[in-house]
Design a protein around this ligand. Structure first.
Ligand SMILES: Cc1ncc(COP(=O)(O)O)c(C=O)c1O
Length: 437
């Protein structure tokens, strides 16, 4: 559950550092991670996702927040990594991450990306489709990649879709990700293509959605995937060794969200997998999960300075010095957050306001009709639980530079990502256009 924030002298304190100090030392807007909370969450996943009979791996789905410092913490706590692009892979490489423990995802990996993965000896490629399997089979025949011992899994679509508080079991066959379990022959063709090329093929991966609160959705997924593995074994003689059940565990953004405790969900996944293995007499001996949001979201905060104020006929606007460029989630899918006037924490929340960013879009609202403490221009506004899909989805729209990211721990502040300067914002641009040779 979400950690209550510490309050000292009327201001919010994160990781032992007051927000005024954070703003004066690092500027705003600012992404802040409570490093102890982040590390505790990583350790909790690793210690909870353990089985007496199965090998277990927790893969951090790094799309949620990818940077060198967070990859280093993952390595420290024994997490593996899920990457989805050359950029995330390169970041893992530069972080000194053990690339054997990297799982490379993506529905349209380019040839360059696959070659990079082979060159860097990435441990596992999660194949999405037949064309990818064929390309990989072709690439491993090249002399430079013949010594590569890459493992593969295949992403399947088990026909379970979960949306926050509900899940549906349908014959949902049109997802752009993976291959529907209804297409057994195509799956067999992919497995055969990989095996004939001498590529080790271990099993299957599925992911049913994000911000899911219903444990039953994950249990239904595990049953469906195991039953698929059984049918596939019976029809094609393929013995599954590894199953990866994806991520999607829900987190707290507001009090409407009631996430299942990490220990509980991990134990439930393990028992369901063990039970289905026994019931169906399956041989798999290794299982994975891929939490992204649930590792980083609640340890993260965003800090803004309140600028101009405006009242229209029906609304009181607070303008902040960032917006949809540093957190697109409210504009993209009406995501809700909890807000505080971080410099007036002792006051009761009596003011109803709309919080707007500085971008040229009417939809650039971080919160609409939100209740917060009394405020003035110059106060600091804190947004809670912003650690996932904030920085990683940031943009330079309106030429706003990327905000910096700090980790705070035991009263000290550490840069994880420096803020982008105006010079860096234009450093790839040419005043005199250059002819392409
Ligand atoms: C394949 C896969 N695994 C894991 C995740 C992580 O999901 P979450 O951040 O909700 O845990 C995603 C999210 O899109 C995904 O596509």
């Amino acid at each position: 559950m979400h950690n209550a924030i510490e309050i000292r002298d009327g201001q919010a304190v994160i990781g032992g550092v007051g927000v005024r100090k954070l703003a004066s030392s690092c500027g705003t807007p600012l992404y802040i991670y409570d490093q102890n909370a982040l590390e505790e969450r990583m350790a909790e996943f690793v210690s909870s996702f353990k089985s007496d009979t199965l090998q277990t791996s927790v893969l951090y789905a790094s799309k949620a927040f990818s940077c060198l410092a967070v990859y280093k913490l993952c390595q420290k706590h024994g997490l593996a990594l899920d990457v989805v692009s050359a950029g995330e892979l390169y970041t893992a490489y530069k972080a000194g991450f053990d690339l054997k423990n990297v799982y490379f995802h993506g529905n349209n990996k380019s040839r360059k990306e696959l070659e990079m993965a082979l060159k860097l000896k990435v441990g596992t490629i999660i194949v999405d489709n037949l064309m990818e399997a064929e390309l990989l089979a072709f690439l491993v025949q090249k002399p430079e990649y013949q010594s590569c011992r890459v493992n593969t899994l295949l992403r399947i679509n088990p026909g379970i879709e979960a949306h926050t508080h509900q899940y549906i079991q349908t014959a949902y066959v049109d997802s752009k990700f993976g291959i529907s379990i209804l297409k057994m022959d195509e799956i067999a063709q992919i497995v055969q293509t990989l095996s004939q090329a001498g590529i080790s093929f271990d099993g299957f991966h599925a992911h049913i959605g994000s911000q899911i609160f219903e444990q039953e959705a994950f249990l239904a997924e595990i049953t469906k995937v195991c039953e698929f593995a059984k049918t596939f074994e019976e029809q094609f003689g393929f013995v599954t060794r590894t199953l990866d059940f994806g991520g999607g565990f829900g987190v707290w953004y507001t009090d409407a969200d009631k996430p299942v405790a990490i220990e509980q969900i991990c134990k439930a996944v393990i028992s369901q997998a063990e039970a289905e293995k026994e019931r169906l007499n399956l041989a798999f001996d290794s299982i994975c999960i891929e939490p992204g949001r649930s590792i980083v979201a609640e340890a993260g905060y965003q800090l803004y300075e309140i600028g101009f104020l405006k009242e229209t006929q029906n609304r009181k606007y607070i303008f902040i010095d960032g917006g949809m460029t540093d957190n697109i989630r409210p504009a993209l899918y009406q995501a809700d957050y909890e807000f505080d006037v971080a410099t007036n924490m002792d006051a009761a929340k009596t003011e109803t306001v709309t919080i707007a960013g500085k971008c040229c879009e009417s939809g650039d609202l971080l919160g609409s009709e939100i209740t917060i403490q009394p405020y003035q221009s110059g106060d600091l506004l804190l947004v809670h639980s912003t650690g996932a899909y904030g920085y990683s989805m940031a943009s330079n729209y309106n030429k706003l530079p990327f905000a910096g990211v700090v980790f705070v721990k035991d009263g000290k502040i550490y840069w994880a990502i420096k803020p982008q300067s105006l010079n860096e914002l234009i450093e790839r641009e040419l005043l005199e256009v250059e002819e392409v040779q």
